[in-house]
Ligand binder design. Structure first.
Ligand code: IPE
Ligand code: IPE
Ligand code: MG
Length: 242
């Protein structure tokens, strides 16, 4: 770890892990081969985030819209998820990593749900990096869900503030992402953390997810440290606050 020493470390990094299918297709292989190799990139991201001192790493692993993919690909992804959780659990424990999940988890196959639940339970007292898997997740789903709960809990419109609203989101215990990364050579959000990324710094590295290394994360953090986050103020105002 050289690049990010002692400078502003992001509390929360969120990643849209895109490009597995194309990574495999470019080698004349089946898409699932790309997903399999994406697991190593997940390890790299977790290791890098841990070393850099990031507190939360949210990984978009499966969107609500991904249910529209061919059944074989969905089945393969779900089995891969089960295996990855089983294989990585010791590693997560050894590295003091706490696992959490967001999304419409009730729609996941029973097997995935129970592995996930066990891993979340086993790692719940770890105090290092928190890794949040977004599974069967979509930002609009999360927002509509929050609205439904708010309607059931609040009668007066004046009581509903941004803070109250955010407390009904899946991410209620986390800070908003400081950094949003999307690999896969696309520049879109694809329904990820729509509310939470209001002021995230966006990064679109020109690589496909299986090629993601921890050095890529360090480079992004280093660039993040050079960016001025103004939150609507002027540059002069922000400088005088430092
Ligand atoms: C990201 O890679 C993984 C998931 C969405 C599950 P893709 O499978 O979307 O790969 P591309 O974008 O088709 O290359
Ligand atoms: C976004 O990737 C979802 C995940 C990485 C889980 P997609 O491949 O599903 O996004 P689109 O369809 O290209 O927007
Ligand atoms: Mg994709």
């Amino acid at each position: 770890m050289k690049n990010t020493e002692l400078k502003r470390i992001p509390d929360h990094v969120a990643i849209i892990m895109d490009g597995n299918g194309r990574w495999a297709e470019e080698q004349g292989k089946e898409r699932i081969f790309g997903h399999q190799n994406g697991v190593q990139a997940v390890r790299n991201a977790i290791e890098g985030a841990g070393e850099a001192g990031v507190k939360y790493l949210t990984l978009y692993a499966f969107s609500t819209e991904n249910w529209n993919r061919p059944k074989e690909e969905i089945d393969a992804l779900m089995s891969l998820l089960v295996r990855a959780i089983q294989n990585e659990l010791d590693n997560l424990m050894a590295n003091n990593v706490r696992l959490q999940a967001i999304g419409n988890l009730a729609t996941l196959p029973q097997r995935c749900r129970s592995e996930l639940k066990d891993a979340i339970e086993t790692t719940k007292n770890n105090t290092g990096l928190t890794v949040v898997l977004a599974l069967s997740y979509s930002g609009r789903w999360e927002i509509v869900n929050a609205v439904k709960e708010i309607v059931n809990n609040y009668r007066k419109e004046q009581e509903i503030t941004e803070t109250v609203f955010a407390s009904f989101l899946n991410t209620k215990e986390m800070p908003d992402p400081d950094i949003l990364i999307r690999t896969g050579r696309e520049r879109r959000i694809s329904n990820f953390l729509l509310w939470q990324i209001a002021y995230a710094e966006l990064f679109f590295p020109e690589l496909l997810w299986p090629d993601f290394k921890k050095e890529d994360l360090f480079e992004i953090i280093a660039e993040y440290q050079t960016r001025q986050r103004r939150f609507g103020k002027t540059g002069t105002q922000v400088e005088s606050e430092i």
